[in-house]
Design a protein around this ligand. Structure first.
Ligand code: NZQ
Ligand code: ZN
Length: 395
C-alpha cells in the first residue's frame, strides 16, 4: 500500500445541527446562494429553518430552486447566472446528491468564464478540471451519495445523453452540516435506493481494489453490515431517528475516501449505472441495485475467493463442503435478496428497459474511465462485450 489521503471538509454531524447553519455560513461569506431540488425541503420546513438561521446570523440569501434528480448542466449554468447576478460569495446545497452535485458545479461555474460542460469529463480533448470555486456548504437531506463530504460531482447533459463526473479539490465542501433529522421525510423507496448506493460505494473498492488491504476490508465490511442492519430499520420505520442517524453516517463514511484509501479503487458498476440513468433518468441507487448483483456474478468467476469472503463475513455463510465459487454465488444471492427485501428493483425489466441500447451503454460506460485497451477498469477489467453480457444477465 502506498497512498495519500486528503479530505479538508469540516464535518458537523448530529440531529439538530441545522440550527448552526447561519453561524457557520457567516464565517465563509456575506451572501449565500441556497440551492434546492424539486421542493421537498420547502414542504418539510427545512428551508425556512435554514433561512431563519442564516438571517439571524446576518447572512443574506438568494435562491436557486428546481434542481432535478440526475442534475443537468443547464441547471448548473442557470445557478451560476443567479450567483453572479446576486453577488453571492457562498453556495449552500440543501437536498440530496443531485442538489449537492449541482451546487458544487454552480460554485465552480460561477468563477469559470466558459461553458460549464467543459468542466465535466465527457471524452473531450481539453477537460478543464476546476481549480477555483466559491466556498460550498452541504446540508444533505438524503443519505446516499456521500457527495456531502467528497470532491466529486456527477452531472448530465440532456442533449448528448451523457452523464459524467469531475473530481477536484476545490469541490470539497468547506463544511458538511449533516443533520439526520432532515432525512426523516425521505420516502421508503428513496431510503432503500440510498442504502443500496451506500453499500455499492463500498463494494466497488472491495471487489475491484488491490490485494493486501486487510484494514480497508474490515472498514468496508463494517459499513456494509451496518448499512444492512440500520438500512432495514430506516426503511421499516422512517421516523426511527437512530436508524436514520446510522444510515446517514454510513453515507458519509462510504464515500469520503477513507474506506477506499490505498485500495486503488475503481467504480465499474457506477460507470455502467451512469450510462443507464443518463438514458432513462432512473434513480441512481435503484439502477445500482439491478447492476451490482449482475456485475458481481460476472466477476466472481475470476475471483471466487474474494466473493467467498464476502459471503462468509457479510452473511455468515459457511464454506464447509462448498467450493469458493458456490459460496460466492450464495453470498451474491443473499445480497440480492436483501436488496429486494427493502424494495429495490433487481431487474432492468422493472424499469421497462430492454436490450435495445446495450451497446450504447457499454460505449458510454468507458467514455471517460478506461484502461489502455479501452476496457472498464476493475478486477478483471471489462470489455464492452463483457458489459453487454452483464447487462443481459440483468434483464
Ligand atoms: O428534489 P427534491 O424535491 O428535494 O426531492 C428529492 C428527489 O426527488 C427527494 N428527497 C431528497 N431529500 C428528501 C427528499 N424527499 C423527501 N424528504 C427529503 N428529506 O429524493 C429524490 C432523489 O433525490 P436525489 O438528490 O436525486 O438523490 P440522491 O441523493 O440519490 O442523488 C443522486 C445523484 O447523485 C449522483 C447520482 O449519479 C445522481 O445524479 N452521485 C453523486 C456522487 C458524488 N457526488 O459523490 C456519487 C454517487 O455515486 C452518485 O453517482
Ligand atoms: Zn453511487
Amino acid at each position: 500500500m502506498k497512498f495519500e489521503f486528503y479530505n479538508p471538509t469540516h464535518l458537523i454531524f448530529g440531529a439538530g445541527t441545522l440550527s448552526q447553519l447561519g453561524e457557520i455560513a457567516q464565517k465563509h461569506g456575506k451572501k449565500v446562494l441556497i440551492v434546492t431540488g424539486g421542493g421537498s425541503v420547502k414542504r418539510s420546513g427545512v428551508f425556512d429553518r435554514a433561512v431563519a438561521s442564516l438571517k439571524s446570523a446576518g447572512v443574506a440569501v438568494a435562491e436557486c430552486t428546481d434542481i432535478e434528480p440526475n442534475p443537468r448542466i443547464t441547471s448548473v449554468a442557470r445557478g451560476a447566472d443567479i450567483a453572479r447576478k446576486e453577488g453571492c460569495d457562498v453556495v449552500i446545497a440543501i437536498g440530496g446528491g443531485s442538489t449537492m452535485d449541482a451546487s458544487k458545479m454552480i460554485a465552480a461555474a460561477t468563477l469559470y468564464d466558459g461553458d460549464p460542460w467543459n468542466l465535466i469529463g465527457h471524452g473531450q480533448d481539453n477537460w478543464v478540471i476546476p481549480t477555483r470555486a466559491l466556498p460550498i456548504i452541504t446540508v444533505p437531506t438524503l443519505a446516499a451519495t456521500g457527495s456531502e463530504m467528497n470532491k466529486g460531482a456527477v452531472i448530465s447533459n440532456d442533449e448528448s445523453k451523457v452523464k459524467s463526473f469531475v473530481q477536484a479539490n476545490c469541490l470539497f465542501p468547506k463544511v458538511a452540516l449533516v443533520d439526520p433529522e432532515l432525512t426523516l421525510t425521505v420516502p421508503k423507496d428513496q431510503t432503500a435506493y440510498g442504502v443500496c448506493d451506500i453499500i455499492t460505494h463500498v463494494t466497488e473498492g472491495y471487489f475491484s481494489g488491490i490485494d493486501g488491504t486487510p484494514i480497508q476490508d474490515r472498514f468496508a465490511e463494517g459499513v456494509i453490515i451496518s448499512a444492512i442492519e440500520w438500512g432495514q430499520k430506516a426503511v421499516a420505520d422512517g421516523s426511527d431517528i437512530e436508524a436514520r442517524t446510522q444510515v446517514q453516517w454510513a453515507s458519509v463514511v462510504a464515500l469520503n475516501g477513507w474506506v477506499q484509501a490505498g485500495t486503488n479503487y475503481a467504480p465499474p458498476v457506477h460507470m455502467i449505472e451512469h450510462a443507464l440513468s443518463a438514458h432513462h433518468n432512473i434513480t441512481h441507487g435503484a439502477g445500482l441495485a439491478v447492476l451490482n448483483p449482475a456485475y458481481m456474478r460476472f466477476v466472481a468467476k475470476a475471483r471466487p475467493d474474494r466473493f467467498a469472503q464476502f459471503a462468509r463475513r457479510i452473511f455468515g455463510l459457511s464454506g464447509v463442503d462448498k467450493d469458493d465459487l458456490t459460496l460466492a454465488m450464495a453470498g451474491i444471492d443473499k445480497f440480492e435478496d436483501f436488496l429486494r427485501s427493502i424494495g429495490c428493483p433487481t431487474r432492468l425489466s422493472e424499469f421497462g428497459i430492454d436490450d435495445a441500447l446495450f451497446s450504447q451503454y457499454a460505449e458510454d460506460a468507458v467514455l471517460v474511465v478506461h484502461d489502455e485497451n479501452g476496457h472498464l477498469p476493475g478486477r478483471p477489467p471489462l470489455s464492452k462485450a463483457d458489459i453487454v453480457t452483464v447487462l443481459k444477465s440483468a434483464l
